[in-house]
Design a binder for this molecule. Structure first.
Ligand SMILES: *Cc1c(COP(=O)(O)O)cnc(C)c1O
Length: 429
C-alpha cells in the first residue's frame, strides 16, 4: 500500500496547521506513523488520496452510525442547499429536531442546539452552576467532555495518547473547581459527597465511557451516583455526546434506566455535520437566556444543514429500530472473532463492548477504570494498528478509543476485519 500523496500532504499541512491536523486525535502520533488523507467515503468504506480502500471502523469518531453518504441524509442535505445554508433566525426544522430529541431521550424536556459536543458540555456545566449557585464539578478520570477548561483534568484519550496529563493554559482556579474521581468507584463518590456535598454543582460522566476505550458502568454505579446527586442537590449530567442514539435510540440512560438532570448530545445527532445539544429538566433549562440569566448563544446554532443531517439521521433510526439489533450482532461477531484470533496466538487481549462501541485492550486484566486502561501495552497496540491499516482496516489510532460499528458493516466486512486481526496478531506474536 502506497501513501506518497498522503505523506506529501502531511508535510504541507504541518507548515500551516499545528501538527498538520485540526484535531489531535487524528494525528496517528502514538501509533508511530503519519495519518492518511481521506478523499471519499461510501457506506462503511473510505478511500485515501493514494486510492487505497479501507473498511472504516472510525465513522468520523462516532457520528456515522448509518455510514457515509446514507441516502436519507444526502437527500435531506440536498434539499437544504436549494433553500440556503444559514439565516441566524428560527426555522421549522430545528423545532422538529428539538421535538424529536425531547420525544426520545428520557431526561430531556427542553433542549438547546449548539455546534459541538464541547459547547454542549461547557453550557450544561454553566447551567448547572447557575441553577445550584455552586461552583464545584465532579468528573471521572478517563472521561472526556470536550476541551472545556475546567473539564480538561484527567480527560482521557486525546491527552493520554499524547502523554499530556492535564492541559497547559487552564488556570489553576478553573482546575481547582474540578474534583476528579476514579470511574466505577462508588466509594470515592460517596466520600466526595460526604466531604463536599453542599458545594457540588454537578457530577458529569460518560454513562458508557468511550474516551479511555470502551468502559461500561458497573452494575448499580449510575443509580448510586443518581441517588447521591438527588440527596445533596447536585445536578447529574450524562455526557451522551458519544452514546446518545448510539448504544440505544434513547442513549445510555434508556439502556440502564437511570435518568440524569441534564444530558449532552453531539456526534450521531448531526449525522456527520457539526452539531451538539444540551437538554434536561424544564426547571433547569429555563435558567438559560433569554428565559433565565445563564447566558449561552451561537451565530450558527441550529444551522439548517446540520439540523437536516441530524433530523434525517434520527428519523431513520426511529423508524428503523432494527439498526440497533444489526449493530449489536455485528459487534458481538467482531468481539468474539477477534478475541478468538488473539487467543489462538497467545496475545494478551481483553475487550469491552456496549452495542456498536468496542475496544480491544492489549491487557490480560478486565478494564473498568483509567488506572486499568493505562496499564495496556500501547506499543503492541501501535503494531496492531499499523498491521490492520496495511490490510485496509481503518481503526481509531489510539488504544484509548472505541471503534464504531455501523449499520452498513456486513458480516463479510466483519469477517474480513477478523481475518486481518488474525494476521496482525501472528505478525506481532
Ligand atoms: C466527542 C466527545 C465530546 C466532544 O465533542 P466535540 O464535538 O468533539 O466537541 C464530548 N464528550 C464526549 C463523551 C465525547 O465523546
Amino acid at each position: 500500500m502506497e501513501h506518497d500523496r498522503s505523506s506529501a500532504l502531511f508535510a504541507k499541512a504541518r507548515r500551516s496547521i499545528p501538527g498538520g491536523v485540526n484535531s489531535p486525535a487524528r494525528a496517528f502520533k502514538s501509533v508511530g506513523r503519519e495519518p492518511v488523507f481521506i478523499t471519499r467515503g461510501d457506506g462503511c468504506r473510505i478511500w485515501d488520496t493514494d486510492r487505497n480502500e479501507y473498511i472504516d471502523f472510525v465513522g468520523s469518531w462516532g457520528p456515522l452510525l448509518l455510514g457515509h453518504r446514507h441516502p436519507a441524509v444526502i437527500a435531506a442535505l440536498a434539499e437544504v442547499l436549494e433553500r440556503g445554508t444559514s439565516f441566524g433566525a428560527p426555522t421549522e426544522a430545528e423545532v422538529e429536531l428539538a421535538n424529536l430529541i425531547v420525544g426520545i431521550v428520557p431526561s430531556v424536556e427542553m433542549v438547546r442546539l449548539v455546534n459541538s459536543g464541547t459547547e454542549a458540555t461547557m453550557s450544561a456545566l454553566r447551567v448547572a452552576r447557575g441553577f445550584t449557585g455552586r461552583d464545584m464539578a465532579v468528573k471521572f478520570a478517563g472521561n472526556y467532555h470536550g476541551h472545556v477548561d475546567s473539564l480538561l483534568v484527567k480527560a482521557g484519550s486525546g491527552l493520554a495518547t499524547l502523554g499530556i496529563s492535564d492541559s497547559a493554559g487552564v488556570p489553576d482556579g478553573f482546575a481547582k473547581t474540578t474534583l476528579p474521581l476514579p470511574y466505577n468507584d462508588i466509594h470515592a463518590v460517596e466520600e466526595a459527597f460526604s466531604r463536599h456535598g453542599g458545594e457540588i454543582a454537578a457530577v458529569i460522566l460518560e454513562p458508557v465511557v468511550g474516551n479511555m476505550g470502551c468502559v461500561p458502568p458497573m452494575s448499580g454505579f449510575l443509580q448510586r451516583v443518581r441517588d447521591l446527586c438527588s440527596r445533596d442537590g447536585a445536578v447529574l449530567i450524562f455526557d451522551e455526546v458519544m452514546t446518545g442514539f448510539r448504544v440505544a435510540l434513547g442513549g445510555a440512560q434508556s439502556l440502564y434506566g437511570v435518568t440524569p438532570d441534564l444530558t449532552t448530545l453531539g456526534k450521531v445527532i448531526g449525522g456527520g455535520l457539526p452539531i451538539g445539544a444540551f437538554g434536561g429538566r424544564r426547571e433547569i433549562m429555563e435558567q438559560v437566556a433569554p428565559v433565565g440569566s445563564v447566558y449561552q448563544a451561537g451565530t450558527l446554532s441550529g444551522n439548517p444543514l446540520a439540523v437536516a443531517g441530524g433530523l434525517s439521521t434520527l428519523r431513520y433510526l426511529r423508524d428503523n429500530p432494527e439498526v440497533y439489533e444489526r449493530v449489536e450482532e455485528s459487534g458481538a461477531r467482531m468481539q468474539t472473532g477477534v478475541m478468538e484470533a488473539a487467543g489462538q496466538v497467545g496475545i494478551a487481549l481483553t475487550s469491552n463492548r456496549v452495542g456498536s462501541m468496542l475496544t480491544f485492550f492489549f491487557s490480560s486484566e478486565e478494564i473498568r477504570d483509567w488506572d486499568g486502561a493505562a496499564t495496556c501495552d500501547t506499543e503492541a497496540f501501535g503494531r496492531y494498528f499499523r498491521e490492520m491499516l496495511a490490510q485496509g482496516i481503518y481503526l481509531p489510532c489510539s488504544q484509548y478509543e472505541a471503534l464504531f460499528i455501523g449499520a452498513c458493516h456486513s458480516d463479510v466486512d466483519i469477517d474480513r476485519a477478523i481475518e486481518c486481526a488474525r494476521n496482525a496478531f501472528r505478525a506481532i506474536a
